[in-house]
Design a protein around this ligand. Structure first.
Ligand SMILES: Cc1cc2nc3c(=O)[nH]c(=O)nc-3n(C[C@H](O)[C@H](O)[C@H](O)COP(=O)(O)OP(=O)(O)OC[C@H]3O[C@@H](n4cnc5c(N)ncnc54)[C@H](O)[C@@H]3O)c2cc1C
Ligand code: FES
Length: 268
């Protein structure tokens, strides 16, 4: 596999989408190579922040050679990103990771499920599922998005490409509870799931998929270091033995971030 090189990207635009959540478009030639569910490593300019920060590709636009990143400010790296202005140049590495196997949705009732900051990569996923041609098309595309409250960032965009169901922790919008509560309460038609979000949510989805006999593909957004498979800083437990480390591990950055739920050991 060709080694990925750091590339310069130009900031096209940046705005605050909701409290602490930013929406940035970058001009970059990698836009033409992106699969839904992949991510980029974004290098902070501040050299005290050594490692690239993994951020999912929320949308890509080949015509404009542009990718969209939607991120929450949680620490020094993302705080720096929020300061970028149009025409600033930054360094990115990517596209990284494997992406979602969208072909598994052909003819099926596909459900895209996101929670918290796992919501952004699912926008491109939902868009591509809805634009599949006859023969590769899912029978139905539904999206179930989980939020803390009525601050439902990106929800209006999901409703353009899917039938949208919302869960909120405080019950202020949609089903009160989590995404599984919404799936059950709203009887969402489901044969195959594509999901991204916090680990407890993904564990719940794996259990739901096992109980109901549906396939699930889960994107794990755990902490990372090098982002290119070299440091083993991002391993997760799997049922199969990894060729690189010879134990029941996989590297989320290169083997994932998307895994078949059946291959993951999520008991720890
Ligand atoms: C494949 C992948 C895709 C991602 N996509 C997105 C995205 O689209 N949008 C987005 O907002 N974030 C995303 N993240 C998380 C993002 O990478 C981290 O929030 C970011 O690296 C934090 O950098 P920082 O320097 O601001 O914070 P740091 O100073 O490094 O950390 C600040 C706090 O955030 C916590 N933290 C850091 N990384 C993570 C993580 N991966 N998961 C949970 N908590 C973390 C730390 O434990 C600490 O408490 C993704 C992560 C991965 C692995
Ligand atoms: S982050 Fe280094 S191996 Fe995945």
């Amino acid at each position: 596999m060709a080694q990925k090189m750091k590339k310069e990207a130009r900031v096209i635009s940046q705005k605050m989408l909701s409290e602490g959540i930013y929406d940035m478009w970058l001009e970059t030639p990698i836009a033409k190579d992106v699969k839904a569910g992949q991510f980029v490593g974004v290098y902070p300019v501040n050299k005290a922040t050594l490692l690239p920060r993994p951020i999912s590709i929320c949308e890509d636009d080949c015509e404009r050679s542009a990718i969209r990143l939607v991120y929450r400010v949680v620490g020094s790296g993302t705080a720096e990103f929020a300061l970028y202005q149009p025409d600033d140049y930054i360094m990115i590495l990517g596209p990284l990771g494997n992406g979602f196997p969208l072909e598994k949705a052909a003819g099926k009732k596909a459900v895209v499920i996101g929670g918290g900051i796992g919501v952004p990569p699912l926008l491109e996923t939902t868009k591509r599922l809805s634009q599949k041609k006859e023969g590769d098309k899912p029978e139905i595309v539904s999206a179930v998005m989980g939020y803390r409250n009525s601050d439902t960032f990106l929800a209006d965009e999901f409703s353009k490409y899917s039938t949208l169901y919302i869960a909120s922790e405080d019950g202020s919008i949609g089903t009160k509870g989590n995404v599984i509560d919404a799936l059950k309460a709203q009887n969402v038609p489901c044969d195959v799931i594509f999901a991204c979000g916090p680990m407890p949510m993904l564990r719940g989805i794996k259990k739901y998929a096992e109980e109901t006999g549906v396939k699930a593909y889960l994107s794990l957004e755990e902490r990372m270091a090098c982002g290119v498979g070299a440091c083993l800083g991002c391993v997760c437990k799997t049922k199969n033995v990894d060729e690189h480390s010879h134990v029941n591990n996989a590297r989320i950055c290169t083997d994932g971030p998307v895994f078949d739920a059946d291959d993951l050991d999520m008991t720890v």
